[in-house]
Each structure stands twice: as C-alpha cells, then as structure tokens.
Ligand binder design. Structure first.
Ligand code: S3P
Length: 427
C-alpha cells in the first residue's frame, strides 16, 4: 500500500454533540449547535428529546442543529417508549434528567444496549431517592422511571465513567442539595465544562496526592441556551492517526480535533510508541482544547498502557491494539476491564479479530498482551455491529496482505457515518 497523503476533517465529537442537545433541551431559549455529529447515537438523543416535547430543528447536511429549550421543568411526558438505539450515553445521561421529572418514562434500546450494565446508574440514582427500575430485573434496560423528590448525595464511584458521573450531576440539577461524585481517576469532563457554560453551579476538584477527582453541582433555577461549535472527535481522528503512523510513506493533517486532556490519551501513547505527531494551531473554544494534528509514518515500538490514562483513551483501545500488532515488541494493556461492557466485549472482539489476521495477542481479565511484528493477513472481520471494531480493523486492513472484509460495515453510522468516504479519499 502506498502512502496516505492529505487533509482530513473529522466530524463533530459524539460526547459533546449529545450533551449540547440534552443541556439545550433543559435550558431557557435557543441552543445553536454547529458541527453537530449526525451519527445514529446523537440522532437517538434528538429523537428522545423530541418525544419529550422539545422542538429541535436539524439541517444535517450543514451539521447544524437548533434546540428550542423549555427550561429545567419544561419537558413533557413522553407519549411512547424512548428509543435510545445503541447509545449508552443517551441512556445513562437522560436517566439522570428523567429521574427528576414529574412524569413516568420508559427507555429501551437495541439488543446490545439492552444488555449493557445499568446498575451503575440505578444504584446511585436510587440513593438520591429516584424511582428507577430495570423492567426485566436484570440490571439492564429497558428502564422504567417514575417521579420522586431527589436528594443531593456524595457518591464514591467504583468506576471512572463519564456516563455515570454525568447522570448523577444531571439528576443533581433536580435535587434538594449538593450532589457530588468522586471517581477513581478523572473521566472525560465535557459535562462539567459545558454545564458551566450553560450557567450551572458546578465545580471539579482533584484530591492532592491522589488521582481521584470530584465533580459537584448545586441545583439552580435556570440554564441558558448557548451557541456551540462542536470540535472534531478525537475518537474518530484516532483511526487516521493510526493509519498515518502505520502505512508507509504517509503524511496526514487531521484538522480541528478536540484534544481535551481527558480524551487525548492516544496522543501520549503514540508518542510513547515512537509516533511522529505534531500539534498545530492549538486553541481553546467553549472551554475545550482543539488542534490540528499532523501525523507522519513512524517505526512504532511496544509500550505499557495502564492506570489513570485508561479512561482518557478507552474508546481508542481497538485501534491502539491494531497499532500495537504492527509495532515491534510487546504492548501490554491493563486496568481496562471497562472494555468488556462497551458496545461489545472489546477485549474479546479485538483479540479474536487480531488473531484471525495473524497477530500474536492474548486476552487478559483487564486488557490484552500483544507481541507485535507478525505480518497481518486479510480475513473476514466480525464486528458484531460494533462501530469501533469496524473502523479499527479497516485500518488494520491497510497493512494486511490480501483482502479484508468488514462484516456489517455499516455499523460505523453510530459515530462516523462518513468514515468510508474519508478513508477512500485518502487512498
Ligand atoms: C462517554 C463515556 C465513555 C465512552 C463513551 C462515551 C460519554 O463511557 O466510552 O463512548 O459521552 O460520556 P463510560 O462513561 O461508560 O466510560
């Protein structure tokens, strides 16, 4: 395969796009969103808030969305079950909002979503006084939520999860006192940054001498609509970062990418692996750091990825594993048991597919060990409908001998509908 050369513009960040719609819906006035990601997950969020009576105008060809917020107490009782599709972020964050509403609601998603763990929000929301139940009593969606007065709590979360943290902070908007969440290491902080812009009384602190981080919120009477330009999604940029590093004779400029430190662990890992990456045009917009990323082909070597960096790159591990399979030497990924509860069990889907391509990889309880350097060969990739597996293995295909077939390749629509167009334009 000859070198990949050119510029790539990455679609809007998925986590930030969800939050713009959610916070805009419960704010007063209009929220105007530019560079909105029209992936299936974010469209599920729009669908849910429309069902809750929020007028949302979309011009998806221009990636523009206008949310006509109705204030903290303006949502209507839904006339049907809220369909959250494949989206864990929609499910967990909206549950925090719904727990504080004076009406009943039910949420349900696709097969993968309805098998993901929801106890992690049911338990702390219940401690806040919420009435939230797993309809099948299996700790998963469908979830049924009925009205309750919420109380502020302090929650010591066993997992570093932005979805759990955000769920509780959103419920905290409707509580009768302060709500705070401490997590073992800092997960993505878009909720904290953006809710502050919307006028919420929200703070974050780090414990000195520890990696623990606490975010707290006090109830307020109003949030205010904002104008937001969503940065490019570093989780989507990750595929082109990897492609630029592993395909010989490549040079790719990835423009306008969010590099919030709680998301940018992949940049540190690439550097540790010997990757040639330069950040250009660094700036901050709406509290979020952004840069253009210049990537050039590099001779990669193995590394160890563990501890606090894991939440900052959790969604990038499939493509990092692909880079590790191509690198010289051994890469160890640990402390990443959360991979098991993503859209698929990503320890299994990554290691099974890498093995099928000829890589030397061993799954572990909380990650994997990859002895890089085995030549990869084309095969059929079983994505199990997981968008990140489809995209990570499309990158592996670029350096594999022979043809690779990505099964159910359309699942990329979840987070990056134009992935294959961008990919082909570089070839
Ligand atoms: C997300 C948080 C992460 C991430 C997911 C999006 C968010 O999940 O994997 O893709 O937008 O808050 P967890 O909070 O479960 O780690």
């Amino acid at each position: 395969m000859s070198g990949l050369k050119g510029k790539v513009t990455i679609p809007g960040d998925k986590s930030i796009s969800h939050r713009c719609v959610m916070f805009g819906s419960i704010a007063n006035g209009t929220t105007e969103i530019h560079n909105f990601l029209s992936g299936a997950d974010c469209l599920a969020t729009i669908r849910c808030f429309s069902t809750l009576g929020i007028k949302i105008e979309t011009d998806l060809s221009q990636s523009k969305v206008i949310v006509h917020g109705k204030g903290l107490h303006g949502l209507n009782a839904p006339s049907s079950i809220l369909d959250v599709g494949n989206s864990g972020t929609t499910t967990r964050l909206i549950s925090g909002i719904l727990a504080g509403q004076p009406f009943n609601s039910e949420l349900s998603g696709d097969e993968s979503l309805n098998s993901r763990p929801m106890k992690r929000i049911i338990e702390p929301l219940t401690s806040m006084g919420a009435n939230i139940a797993s309809v099948l009593q299996n700790g998963c969606a469908p979830l049924y939520i009925t009205p309750a007065q919420l109380h502020g709590i302090h929650y010591d979360s066993p997992v570093a999860s932005a979805q759990v943290k955000s769920c509780l902070l959103l419920a905290g908007l409707y509580a009768d006192g302060e709500t705070s969440v401490t997590e073992p290491s800092l997960s993505r902080n878009h909720t904290e940054l953006m809710l502050r812009e919307f006028g919420a009384d929200i703070r974050s602190t780090y414990e000195i001498g520890s990696t623990k981080a606490t975010a707290s919120i006090r109830p307020c009477t109003d949030l205010y609509g904002q104008k937001i330009t969503v940065p490019g999604d570093i989780s989507s940029a990750a595929y082109f970062i990897a492609a630029g590093l592993i395909v010989p004779d490549s040079e790719i400029l990835i423009e306008n990418t969010g590099i919030n430190p709680t998301r940018a662990g992949i940049l540190k890992v690439c550097e540790d692996m010997g990757g040639d990456i330069t950040l250009l045009n660094e700036r901050t917009e709406g509290g979020e750091k952004i840069a253009d990323i210049l990537v050039r082909t590099s001779k990669l070597h193995g590394t160890t990825i563990e501890g606090d960096i894991i939440p900052t790159l959790i969604d990038e591990i499939p493509v990092i594993a692909v880079m590790a399979a191509v690198a010289e030497g051994t890469t160890v990924i640990k402390d990443a048991a959360e991979l098991k509860v993503k859209e698929t069990d990503r320890i299994e889907t990554v290691t099974d597919n890498l093995k099928a391509m000829g890589a030397d990889v061993t799954p572990t309880d909380d990650g994997m060990i990859i002895h890089g350097g085995n030549p990869l060969h084309g095969t059929s990739i079983h994505t199990l409908l997981d968008h990140r597996i489809a995209m990570a293995f499309s990158i592996a295909a670029l350096v594999a001998e022979g043809n690779t077939k990505i099964l159910d390749s359309k699942c990329v629509d979840v987070s990056y509908p134009t992935f294959y167009d961008t990919f082909e334009a570089l070839l």
